[in-house]
Design a protein around this ligand. Structure first.
Ligand code: 5GP
Ligand code: ZN
Length: 113
């Protein structure tokens, strides 16, 4: 998707602070962190949101979670972390490209606001 911000970040057309990259997934620091640790894990392929996950593309979601577990271990997030994916405008999604927030380093409230 030419106009998609995260497609541009995945393609390296917009710089990001990368934590992990392979042929299908990228992890990078959120530009506006909401916790001491806040990064995003995205598939490089354009999937609009959780609502657009299908049997045909769900393998990439599993891979995103492998990357999340691996980065959490690498960064020593032993006290816990939260994974969030906002799906749709009323849930707070501002970038229409599937992404998983990983937040850590502070106490989290529940339910989220
Ligand atoms: P959403 O609001 O869709 O759940 O999450 C989008 C996230 O992308 C937000 O937390 C926002 O701070 C982050 N973001 C928006 N633009 C950029 C950018 O250009 N670079 C980076 N690294 N993060 C961005
Ligand atoms: Zn995209």
């Amino acid at each position: 998707m030419d106009s998609c911000l995260f497609c541009k970040i995945a393609a390296g057309e917009i710089p990001s602070q990368k934590l992990y990259e392979d042929e299908s997934v990228l992890a990078f620091r959120d530009i506006d962190p909401q916790a001491p640790v806040h990064f995003l894990v995205i598939p490089k392929q354009h999937i609009e949101s959780c609502a657009a996950v299908t049997p045909g593309n769900s393998a990439i979601v599993a891979h995103c979670f492998e990357v999340i577990a691996s980065l959490a271990a690498e960064q020593g997030l032993k006290d816990g972390f939260r994974v969030v994916s906002n799906c749709g405008e009323s849930a707070g999604q501002t970038v229409p490209h599937l992404h998983f927030h990983l937040l850590s380093g502070r106490d989290m409230t529940w339910p989220p606001g």
